[in-house]
Design a binder for this molecule. Structure first.
Ligand code: PEP
Ligand code: MG
Length: 755
């Protein structure tokens, strides 16, 4: 195969580097020879290696071109000067005129004032910065991307020298890494509530690359090709696995993944890296690290998700190439807490759900796909836990406390005992919930309450049987859209809805049409820049402005529900006219199906979500139009109190148990009763036993909640005597209090209600 001069030149340099590394002499001498070689090869007047020391300091260890006396004297804090900036950001920097850069910090002892251009790259190993490698030129030189890449490759070789512990002792390296054996508590953000204790499993077991420079490039290309083949076969096998072949979102996720695994651009870049002289493992790692750097610079959620998938694949490929098959179920502990920098939803689904007790991520946001899937699996998830991967070792005992967004690593006996007691209490509670599974959701005074589940993935459906729920009170159709990489067409959508209806069997499912916008971002739809996205172009507003999207969705729903019952509701409606217009779009689709003699649903109910307060003053004209109303208390609260539901500074500031919210809901109950329109509530309020109790007290008889809330709410219902609560609430609802919470708790306590 023909190769260009850059390629063969790069390979020659790598060979010479390898010879230096393998040669005799102490580590410092080898480092000195290395910087000399690089300076000559890259036609740079200066080449310097800076190494990370304990205390976040970076020290000049070797130089060709700067003053010798500066070696081991020049030290910079991480973040200080250009070298410190490279260490802090772990990103390369190439500047033709370095001295005019705002981060430039002049060190007189080095004599570097005469050098104008600078190119520096981090010396990375396992994602950690071990040092910085820099070249400098006297003239204004524009370093090319190829040159930056070449220097990154050399830095990989140097990383092995630093990691050997001969330059800086292993003890100091470890402390610079922040590793500790002491118990630790780390904070993050709550992505899903719950508590779990288990053995830490690192999602990407660190593959330590022992050989960076190839002995035989053709052999490395063969090893790479074999690894790629194995990885692709493993993904095919995953797709054929029984529970995935049956369909559902896992399949769609993995199909996308399979597509990426064959991405020509990605594979070509890895092959190029091998041709430049690296081993197959080192090449995969190089391309992965490049992607990581790019990811940090990209805010577009679609591109970020794609890069995350590629990162994920790179890790798999690395394991196949290194001959270390990805961890199989047999190697995993029975009770595991999974720890990852970030991960794709498909990867999470790879783990045995029975063993997976919790998930901790260094990155992650509440809308990340992996968080959505983890919620359906009902495990605690904590995100944005800084540096967790540097601080935990596989096999450590880890506690994931999703309720308080905390992680305990190697907890002491006192913490473990407290956690164990708490877990036991939760287990006992779960058992009582399971015991009342088949018992009716009926109050002590014989009032029947209809309890439903909220769902959004097929994974949620088995909870119908586990809980004994009456059906799905809110199916958030945007969630299956959010875990895909492109807009599902009518056939695909119909397939999703049909599967949901099949699994629900004769239990009703209320499909809410797409509620996108606000915090619900579809990675493939361009995000509009909005000052106030929650009050912006979202849900029904998008649907009415882009009727084709709504029509496709309604067509898919009609098709999926042919011969069955179809319940549809429209989100974020602010005026009756919007509801009427959306219903008319459904009418168009019904007439279209009739004209084509397509089978239609046996029965249709069309409802509205009450989330925007304006609708409360249109009930007289709204209620005669709708088949049912469902209160979205999350949005209703935020608009009623002008209080962003996602702002942590405002969390808890206003209370759903406030006289304002309860009075408004009580009036809604009266009006719906008068118009004989079924009413339910499907926001978070329905899932908390105390709030649910108050809702029953003001007349709600129909609630829909997340699966994890079902047991606690049902236990509350079965311990409640409704008549005294109604009287109690009637007495207090007009109080000038901030909240009726303490009065409600008092009532529950005095009347033996299980809260
Ligand atoms: C709500 O607003 O209460 C609701 C159920 O909708 P979502 O939480 O999906 O916005
Ligand atoms: Mg809402």
């Amino acid at each position: 195969m023909e190769q260009g001069p850059v390629l063969t030149g790069g390979r020659r340099l790598l060979r010479r580097l390898r010879d230096i590394m393998a040669g005799s002499g102490v580590a410092q001498e080898r480092l000195d020879q290395t910087v000399k070689l690089i300076a000559a090869d890259m036609v740079a007047e200066v080449c310097s290696a800076y190494i990370m020391r304990a205390g976040e300091v970076i020290e000049l260890f070797a130089t060709e071109g700067l003053r010798r006396e500066a070696v081991h004297r020049t030290r910079l804090r991480v973040g200080e000067g250009l070298v410190g900036a490279i260490a802090a950001t772990a990103r390369p920097l190439a500047l033709a005129d370095a001295q005019s850069h705002p981060d430039f910090a002049y060190r007189p002892e080095t004599g570097e004032e005469i050098y104008h251009s600078l190119m520096g790259v981090p010396i990375l190993r396992g994602g950690r910065v071990l040092g910085v490698l820099v070249v400098q030129n006297r003239t204004l030189r524009n370093y090319t991307e190829d040159e930056v890449e070449a220097l990154q490759t050399i830095a990989m070789v140097l990383a092995e020298l630093v990691a050997s512990g001969d330059l800086v002792g292993p003890g100091e390296l470890a402390s610079a890494d922040g590793n500790a054996v002491l118990p630790l508590r780390l904070d993050g953000i709550r992505l899903n509530a719950g508590l779990a204790c288990g053995t830490a499993v690192l999602h990407e077991p660190r593959i330590v690359i022992h050989q960076v420079v190839a002995e035989d490039t053709d052999l490395e290309l063969e090893r790479l090709a074999k690894g790629v083949d194995e990885m692709q076969s493993a993904i095919d096998a995953m797709l054929e696995a029984k529970d995935i072949a049956d369909g559902g979102e896992h399949r769609d996720i993995l199909e996308t993944y399979r597509m990426f695994a064959a991405d020509r651009g990605w594979l070509t870049r890895i092959r190029e890296a091998v041709r430049s002289g690296l081993t197959a493992e080192a090449a995969v790692q190089r391309v992965r690290d490049d992607n990581r750097t790019r990811m940090n610079q990209i805010s577009d959620p679609y591109l970020r998700e794609r890069l995350l998938d590629l990162e994920d694949l790179a890790n798999r490929l690395l394991q196949h190439v290194a001959g270390k098959a990805p961890t199989t179920a047999a190697d995993l502990p029975d009770e595991m807490v999974l720890i990852a920098r970030s991960m794709g939803p498909a990867e999470l689904l790879d783990y045995d759900r029975r063993r997976l007790k919790g998930l901790i991520l260094e990155e992650g946001s509440p809308t990340a796909h992996v968080a959505i899937v983890a919620r359906a699996l009902d495990i605690p998830v904590i995100g944005r836990v800084k540096d967790i991967l540097a601080k935990v070792e596989a096999g450590d005992i880890v506690v994931a406390d999703g309720d308080n967004a905390q992680v305990f690593i190697r907890p002491g006996d006192d913490i473990l005992q407290a956690i164990e007691a708490n877990l036991q209490m939760r287990r006992a509670r779960k058992e009582t919930y399971a015991a009342i599974r088949s018992a009716p959701a009926e109050t002590v005074d014989g009032i029947r309450i209809a309890l439903y589940l909220n769902a959004g993935l097929q994974l949620d459906l088995p909870h119908l049987d586990d809980t004994g729920a009456e059906g799905i009170g809110l199916y958030r159709t945007e969630i299956p859209f959010m875990v895909r990489d492109r807009f599902p067409d009518v056939d695909e959508q119909a397939d999703i809805y049909r599967r949901i209806l099949d699994q629900a069997a004769d239990r009703p499912v209320t499909f809410r049409t797409l509620d996108i916008g606000g915090d619900k971002v579809l990675p493939y739809l361009p995000e509009a820049e909005e000052e106030n996205p929650a009050m912006g172009w979202r849900a029904i507003r998008i649907a009415l402005d882009r009727p084709a999207m709504l029509r496709q969705q309604l067509r898919a729903l009609l098709r999926a529900a042919a011969g069955r019952r179809l319940r549809v509701m429209f989100p974020m409606v602010a005026e009756v006219a919007e509801f009427v217009a959306a219903r008319e779009v459904l009418g168009v689709e019904v007439r279209r199906a009739e004209a084509r003699c397509l089978p239609l649903p046996a029965e249709m109910r069309i409802g509205v979500m009450l989330e925007v307060p304006a609708l409360l003053w249109q009930l007289g004209s709204l209620l005669p139009e709708v088949d049912f109303v469902s209160v979205g208390s999350n949005d209703l609260m935020q608009f009623l109190f002008a209080c962003d539901r996602g702002n942590p500074n405002l969390a808890g500031r206003y209370d759903p148990l406030s006289p304002a919210m309860l009075s408004l809901l009580a009036e809604l109950v009266r009006q719906c009763d008068r118009h004989k329109v079924p009413l339910s509530l499907c926001g978070e309020m329905a899932g908390s036993p105390l709030e649910a109790m108050a809702l029953l007290g003001i007349g709600f008889r129909n609630l829909s909640m997340a699966p994890a809330s079902f047991g606690p709410v049902k236990a509350m219902v079965r311990s409640l005597q409704l008549a005294p609560l109604e009287q109690f609430l009637a007495m207090h609802i007009g109080a000038p209090d901030h909240s009726l919470r303490s009065k409600m708790s008092g009532f529950a306590h005095d009347h033996g209600v299980v809260i």
